[in-house]
Write a protein that binds this ligand. Structure first.
Ligand code: NAD
Ligand code: ZN
Length: 258
């Protein structure tokens, strides 16, 4: 079977699953925002493949909770770099298509992205499991603020107006725990069950991303991966759509919107 005929076969089979489905889970990663011009970490177009930052530490170290504790300015330099790539960028057709799926299905989005694009595009049930760059919080007094971008930050690390404590974005740094409310909500959703689970643009390295797909395999829930490159999920899913997010989602959308 050629790549294109394998693709068509997957789409045909998926059409049957979509006809019966009521509840769909989308699990998204940096790849869905690649078409908005945001670099991914790894895989196709990965900005940080083997890259070290100016501080001569690997990105996972610079962006770790431990580094933030010791040298918050190092972590902040990286966070600022990430935020700058988001500045001026907006959600793309892939985010919009996922939001549009709500016209036909009950949709839950679990995203690892911190760009807030799923909500911007209109998805109503989004679990931002790694937080959101636009939410800042003082590490000392807990004072929180919502920002549009970081243009106004004139020193690193930024300090709280109320108490002088170090401010941080409410995102999960490497080595930190996931936010409990998000984890619980996701657990509840998984318990209720899904009729279809779709991974979009993630290298699925984290166990909490991979595990639900492993569980789906034993419960017989059909699974899909949308990613132009192969990942650890690829051999596990029932259907692989090896193309960019907007293309694959547009093809799925055409199946239901007839
Ligand atoms: P990742 O960088 O590890 O993997 C991205 C995946 O997307 C790769 O497998 C790549 O092949 C695929 N991809 C590239 N372009 C694509 C496209 N157009 N359509 C579909 N797939 C495409 O990202 P991850 O799995 O999300 O994990 C990395 C961590 O990086 C996450 O914790 C996330 O919080 C963080 N991150 C977030 C953003 C963001 O918020 N936009 C950007 C970079 C990294
Ligand atoms: Zn404070």
């Amino acid at each position: 079977m050629t790549r294109e005929s394998a693709f068509s076969f997957s789409i045909d089979q998926l059409s049957k699953h979509l006809e019966r489905a009521e509840r769909i889970l989308f699990v998204t990663g940096a790849g869905i925002s690649a078409e908005s011009g945001l670099p991914t970490y790894r895989g196709i177009g990965g900005l940080y493949e083997d890259r070290h930052c100016n501080d001569e530490v690997p990105i996972e170290v610079a962006l770790s909770g431990a580094m933030f504790q010791q040298r918050p300015e190092v972590t902040w330099r990286y966070i600022l770099e990430l935020e700058r790539t988001c500045r001026g960028a907006r959600h793309n057709q892939a985010h919009e298509l996922i939001a549009r799926f709500e016209r036909h299905f009950e949709v839950c989005v679990l995203t690892q992205n911190v760009d807030g694009f799923h909500r911007d595009a209109g998805s109503s049930d989004v679990i931002e499991i790694h937080g959101n760059l636009k939410h800042l919080q003082c590490t000392r007094c807990g004072h929180g603020q919502e920002v549009v971008n970081y243009e106004h930050l004139d020193r690193l690390p930024p300090l709280c107006d109320e108490c002088g404590g170090v401010i941080r974005p409410r995102v999960v740094l490497f080595g930190e725990w996931l936010p409990e409310p998000g984890v619980e909500r996701f657990r509840d959703k998984l318990e209720q069950g899904f009729d279809l689970m779709v991974s979009v643009g993630t290298s699925a390295l984290f166990p909490y991303i991979m595990d639900p797909f492993v569980a789906a395999k034993s419960s017989g829930t059909p699974t899909v991966e949308i990613n132009p490159a192969e990942t650890d999920l690829s051999s596990l899913v029932d259907f692989r759509l090896p193309t960019i997010a907007s293309d694959a989602l547009a093809r799925l959308w055409r199946l239901i919107d007839t």
